[in-house]
Design a protein around this ligand. Structure first.
Ligand SMILES: C[S@@+](CC[C@H](N)C(=O)[O-])C[C@H]1O[C@@H](n2cnc3c(N)ncnc32)[C@H](O)[C@@H]1O
Length: 218
């Protein structure tokens, strides 16, 4: 992750970066909601790259405020998810309360190193605007592969360091990968093929990747 030449932003940028990475407390609740407008479009682009034409169980790693979970539940899917922020676990649970109560959604706290769901328990997965904050993204992507069934698909939405980062982004919080690094992490976890939709000025420089595990059939 090569953002070493990027300068640190001022106080507001540092706070925004920190709260994006781990929304915490009252300020975190505000950032959770504010984040929704900024990330909805790229989450929808990433979801569109998954095969969700039939009801599926979808794993959301780093679900934040829970907007994507609501979209999936509204479309008839089940959601299992994990997020490192207790504030976001509360916010996403409150937002999807009925589905959490009746078992269509299972929302857990966790750091992504160990995902608290059994092998083969999801058909598809999404992780959006999260990869920069993970202590070991390669390990998390391998964990996602473990939780996905054979033939399962993963969509990732993220910035990449192939283009300059926005001025508010704190390089001490955001460890932004290159496109090649994202693809290498997916390959290392056994995903193939991998589709890449580039980020550009029209989509806020947010890249989307969709990758499939082998079906297991020989
Ligand atoms: C910028 S927000 C994105 C939220 C949501 N995915 C979206 O696109 O709106 C990043 C989220 O990732 C979560 N997060 C950060 N590190 C994580 C980790 N290691 N495992 C799971 N979630 C993590 C944060 O708590 C936060 O909710």
């Amino acid at each position: 992750m090569n953002n070493s030449i990027q300068a640190r932003p001022g106080l507001l940028g540092r706070v925004r970066s920190r709260q994006s990475g781990l929304p915490t407390g009252l300020l975190g609740r505000f950032f959770g909601r504010a984040m929704e407008g900024a990330t909805a479009d790229s989450n929808d682009r990433a979801l569109a790259m998954l095969d969700l034409s039939q009801p599926r169980t979808v794993l959301d790693v780093g679900f934040g405020q829970g907007r994507t979970a609501s979209v999936l539940l509204g479309d008839g899917h089940r959601v299992i998810g994990v997020d490192a922020s207790p504030t976001m676990v509360k916010q996403a649970t409150a937002r999807n309360r009925a589905a959490c109560r009746d078992g269509r959604a299972t929302i857990r706290h966790g750091d992504g190193i160990t995902i608290p769901f059994p092998d083969d328990s999801a058909d598809a997965a999404i992780t959006a605007h999260t990869i920069y904050f993970m202590p070991d993204p390669t390990a998390t992507i391998a964990e996602i592969a473990r939780v996905l069934r054979p033939g399962g698909t993963l969509a990732i939405a993220c910035r990449t360091s192939d283009t300059p980062a926005a001025a508010w982004i704190d390089p001490e919080v955001y460890r932004i990968p290159t496109v090649a690094q994202v693809i290498a992490m997916l390959h290392a976890a056994g995903f193939d093929p991998i589709e890449h939709q580039p980020g550009d000025a029209s989509n806020g420089d947010i890249h989307c990747f969709a990758a499939r595990l082998p079906s297991g059939a020989s």
